[in-house]
Design a binder for this molecule. Structure first.
Ligand code: ACO
Length: 325
C-alpha cells in the first residue's frame, strides 16, 4: 500500500559560544563538580549571549538544517518551534524565524510541551506531511533556559543549558512497512496532575512576570524512568521490534542516570545510545535535535538506520518516535 512518509532530509544545530563549567558554578553556589557529575553526568553547559534570544539560536540551527538538506527555504511550508522560552509572549518565535529565513508562505507556530516539545512537534509535523497538509516542514527545538533559572538555587541552576537543533522533513511516498524511510511511529502523552513537580512560577496570564523554574527533582526522576519506558514499550508493541533492533537511541538529555536506567529497562546497549548531556546539560526541547545533529554530522547515524527518540518534561508530558533515517 502506497502511503506518505515524513522523511528527515536535513539536520543541524547551534550552541552559543559561552561555556559555563561546573567549577564556575561552584564559585557562585554551594555545589561541586563532583556532586554534579555524580548525580547528573553534566560537566558543562552553553549559555546564550544577551543578544541571542531564542529566535536567533533557533534560526542558526534552522539554517544549518536547511543547508544540510540542500533545499531552498521557500520550499518549506510548515515551521514548528518547540520552546518553553519564546522571545515574546507573542508573536510566536516560529514566525520570527520564518521571517528571518525569508519564507512568506505556509504556516509557522510554536508548540509548548517543555522538554518533550521536540517529540510533540515532530509528531504534529508528521500528521501534516502524511495527510497532504504540508510538503516540507522545519521542526526546531530552541531554548534559552538560562533566562528562567534561579541562579541562586543550586538544585536547578546546575542542570540546564541553552541551544537549538532542527530537522527538515519532506513528504515522500512509502510502502507502509517498517522498511520505509521516515517517521514510522509517534506516541505522545500528558498528565496535568503533576504540574507542581516541575513548573515555572510566573507567566503572562497569571503573575505578569516570566518567573523561575521550580522542580521536585526526586519525583521528576521517578516518573521519568517509568513514563519513558512506557512510551517506548508502546512503540515496540506496535512494531514488533525490541531494544536489540534499534541502531541509535537518542533520548532527551536531562540526566545521565535517567538515560542509563531507561536504556537498561528497554534492553538497549549503551554503545547504541547518543549522549550529549555531559557537554550540553539539559537543553529542554533542543536536546534531542542537538544530539541527532551531532550523531548525524559525525557519521554515527547513517541513512536507513532505525533511530528511537524519547522525552519527558513539565506537565508532565512525554513521548517517543521511531524514525528510519
Ligand atoms: N550541589 C550540591 N548539593 C545539592 C545540589 C547541588 N547542585 N542540589 C541539591 N543538593 C543537595 C540537596 O539540598 C540535598 O541535600 P540534603 O540531603 O542536605 O537535603 C541533597 O543534595 C540530595 O538532594 P536530592 O534532590 O535528593 O538529590 P537527588 O539524588 O535526587 O539528585 C537531581 C537531584 C540531580 C536533581 C535528581 O533528582 C534528578 O536528576 N532529577 C531529575 C530532574 C530532571 O532531570 N529534571 C529536568 C527536567 S525533566 C526532564 O527533563 C526529564
Amino acid at each position: 500500500m502506497s502511503i506518505l512518509r515524513s522523511q528527515v532530509v536535513g539536520c543541524g544545530s547551534y550552541l552559543p559560544a559561552r561555556i559555563v563549567t561546573n567549577a564556575e558554578l561552584a564559585a557562585r553556589v554551594d555545589t561541586s563538580d563532583e556532586w554534579i557529575v555524580q548525580r547528573t553526568g553534566i560537566r558543562q553547559r552553553h549559555v546564550a549571549a544577551d543578544d541571542e534570544p531564542t529566535s536567533v539560536v533557533g534560526l542558526k540551527a534552522a539554517q544549518a538544517a536547511i543547508a544540510d538538506a540542500g533545499i531552498d527555504p521557500s520550499e518549506i511550508d510548515l515551521i514548528i518551534v518547540a520552546t518553553a522560552t519564546p522571545d515574546h509572549t507573542f508573536p510566536a518565535t516560529a514566525t520570527q524565524i520564518q521571517a528571518a529565513l525569508g519564507i512568506t508562505g505556509g504556516a509557522a507556530f510554536d508548540l509548548q510541551a517543555v522538554c518533550s516539545g521536540f517529540v510533540f512537534a515532530l509528531a504534529t509535523a508528521d500528521k501534516f506531511l502524511t495527510t497532504g497538509g504540508a510538503r516540507a516542514a522545519l521542526v526546531i527545538g530552541a531554548e534559552t533556559f538560562s533566562r528562567i533559572l534561579d541562579w541562586e538555587d543550586r538544585a536547578t541552576c546546575v542542570l540546564f543549558g541553552d541551544g537549538a537543533g532542527a530537522v527538515v522533513l519532506k513528504a515522500a511516498p512509502g510502502e507502509g512497512t517498517l522498511a520505509d524511510r521516515g517517521i514510522l511511529t509517534t506516541h505522545i502523552r500528558s498528565d496535568g496532575r503533576h504540574k507542581d513537580k516541575l513548573y515555572v512560577d510566573g507567566g503572562a496570564g497569571s503573575t505578569k512576570t516570566v518567573g523561575f523554574l521550580r522542580m521536585e527533582g526526586k519525583e521528576v526522576f521517578r516518573h521519568a524512568v517509568t513514563n519513558l519506558a512506557e512510551t517506548v514499550r508502546h512503540t515496540f508493541e506496535q512494531t514488533g521490534l525490541s531494544g536489540a533492533d534499534i541502531d541509535w537511541f537518542v533520548p532527551h538529555q536531562a540526566n545521565r542516570r535517567i538515560i542509563d536506567a531507561t536504556a537498561d529497562k528497554l534492553g538497549i546497549s549503551h554503545d547504541h545510545v547518543v549522549v550529549t548531556v555531559d557537554r550540553h546539560g539539559n537543553t529542554s526541547a533542543a536536546s534531542i535535535p542537538l544530539a541527532l545533529a551531532e550523531a548525524h554530522a559525525d557519521g554515527r547515524i547513517k541513512r536507513g538506520q532505525l533511530v528511537l527518540i524519547e522525552a519527558m518534561g513539565g506537565g508532565f508530558t512525554w513521548g517517543s518516535a521511531l524514525i528510519r533515517w
